[in-house]
Design a protein around this ligand. Structure first.
Ligand SMILES: NC(=O)c1ccc[n+]([C@@H]2O[C@H](COP(=O)([O-])OP(=O)(O)OC[C@H]3O[C@@H](n4cnc5c(N)ncnc54)[C@H](OP(=O)(O)O)[C@@H]3O)[C@@H](O)[C@H]2O)c1
Length: 470
């Protein structure tokens, strides 16, 4: 293991969008860095592009050549696509590694694979960290939010570099080791799940203003600009203002109107939903957001549906303040569901995740950074009943103030025929989770009727079956 006293040499493999930006960030912070890339030609180009920072970079023709040239102990960061490329890179490296070396997977790995890789590396006496990096290219270059999983002693060895390159909030690095093995990649996955929900909520409110209030994109962009000065202040609201304000140079039309309305996805939203289902956690806002991206990608299907049903979509009578408050309510609930998932995974995998700390490292650098996350960190530090973010006193106050607007928005949107899958799911979660006695008594009766599953009685008396059991 590296210790804080031993200064390791650092190497980075994979000079794509994220790897190049992260490499420049590392050398910009005074570290020497060895670099390599699958296509070796990219290495020279990258070093040339690095300009004044080039003297801190040493290029190599291959991953193995890089590892062999690096002084011990070595820290090798992989920034390649998740999956087979990571396994192949580790397989190439393994024969050349020694105890004390650390391999870091900084891509968007499936945390299950990170757990497997960590175990395999540790069985071979080697160290491995799974490191979730959020912030896109700009974050990677200027300071991302970094979520690390792995052994504490290994983390301590790389911490100076990670702290140096991370985003800072009030001067403190937005980076930490959050738990063992796959903890960092799991937290990064859930971050992306929350990101899916937040982006979809923004898209839904845009759709309502565009088609339910007949506003043009630039005017809607100005609304987002205004919202970015209030409680919705966030990176995603800020960039939405910029996207909606942009004009297409070829046609002079609003840029958003020439963009195909089919959302891409690389898997982290879907992984969040899969893990939520496996852990028995309701992440309905995130699930709705993944589903909405799937619908969006089915352009042919939507065109057929519109032709078949010729739906009319009416106007919505909603104020800007109503939409703003509804979005805030849905944002709180989306985050609350994400944190519920983190809580369940923490118990399942024995990670002891610190929800306040996670909120803190999401306050800068990452895609979901927002004013709300500062409130969330404070709320978790103050304590949340049942561990639920939405039930923390500060969040209860905010939800009490904003749920009426969410109710008005969902009612208006559904009546007028505008799709609002995440906003409506957020409201459904709220209505379900604020009902001490719901309607699942009927489900238990049904289950007992057809499957003799039995039920608990409210009065504690014995008698776990209905009369049909006789
Ligand atoms: N883009 C983002 O906003 C973002 C944000 C957070 C995390 N991530 C994650 O960061 C990782 C890298 O993403 P990126 O956006 O930088 O991708 P990218 O621009 O497509 O670059 C991919 C890099 O991986 C290399 N590579 C591809 N297949 C490989 C293989 N089979 N073996 C070895 N190297 C291989 C490529 O080398 P060649 O030059 O030879 O093709 C290139 O250097 C991914 O896990 C991604 O999910 C991305």
């Amino acid at each position: 293991m590296t210790s804080p006293e031993t200064s390791p040499s650092f190497g980075l493999f994979g000079l794509g969008t994220m790897g190049s930006a992260l490499a420049l960030n590392i050398v910009d912070n005074g570290f020497e860095l060895h670099v390599a890339n699958r296509s070796a030609a990219r290495v020279d180009d990258f070093i040339t592009e690095a300009g004044a920072l080039a003297n801190k970079l040493t290029g190599h023709n291959s991953l193995v050549a890089m590892a062999q040239a690096m002084p011990n102990p070595r820290v090798i960061i992989l920034m390649v696509p998740a999956g087979a490329a990571v396994d192949a890179s580790i397989a190439d490296l393994k024969p050349h590694l020694q105890p004390g070396d650390v391999v870091i997977d900084a891509g968007n790995a499936d945390f299950n694979e990170t757990r497997r890789r960590t175990a395999e590396m540790e069985q071979a006496g080697l160290a491995f960290l799974g490191m979730g990096v959020s912030g896109g290219e700009d974050g990677a270059r200027n300071g991302p939010s970094i979520m690390v999983g792995g052994t504490q002693s290994v983390w301590q060895g790389v911490r100076p570099l990670v702290d140096a390159i991370a985003a800072k909030f009030d001067g403190a690095p937005c980076a930490d080791r959050l738990g063992t093995d796959g903890a960092g990649h799991f937290v990064k996955t859930v971050h992306n799940g929350i990101e899916y929900a937040d982006m979809q909520v923004i898209a839904e409110t845009y759709g309502l203003m565009r088609r339910g209030k007949s506003m043009d994109p630039a005017a809607i962009g100005q609304v987002f600009d205004r919202w970015n000065t209030g409680p919705l202040k966030s990176y995603l609201v800020e960039i939405t203002g910029a996207v909606l304000g942009a004009t297409d140079s070829a046609t002079n039309a609003p840029l958003v109107d020439v963009i195909v309305d089919a959302a891409g996805q690389k898997g982290t939203g879907r992984w969040t939903v899969i893990e939520a289902l496996k852990l028995g956690v309701a992440a309905s806002t995130i699930e709705a957001a993944v589903g909405a991206r799937v619908w969006s990608a089915d352009r042919d299907g939507r065109a057929v549906g519109e032709a078949l049903f010729a739906p009319t979509r009416g106007d919505v009578d909603l104020s800007e303040a109503d939409i703003e408050q509804a979005m805030l309510a849905a944002r709180i609930i989306g985050h609350s569901q994400g944190f519920d998932l983190l809580t369940a995974a923490s118990a399942q995998f024995d990670w002891a995740l610190d929800m306040a700390r996670i909120s803190e490292i999401w306050r800068a650098g990452c895609i979901i950074r927002s004013a709300l996350l500062d409130d969330i960190a404070t709320a978790f530090r103050a304590g949340a009943p049942e561990g639920k973010l939405a039930f923390a006193p500060a969040m209860v106050d905010q939800l009490n103030a904003t749920i009426p607007a969410l109710r008005r928005l969902v009612g208006a949107a559904i009546t007028a025929g505008h799709p609002v899958p995440v906003l409506s799911n957020a409201l459904q979660w709220f209505d379900g989770m604020t009902q001490a006695r719901g309607s699942a008594d009927v489900i238990q009766g049904q289950r007992d009727y057809f499957g003799r599953h039995g039920f608990d009685r409210v009065d504690g008396l014995p008698g776990r079956h209905g009369p049909w059991a006789d």
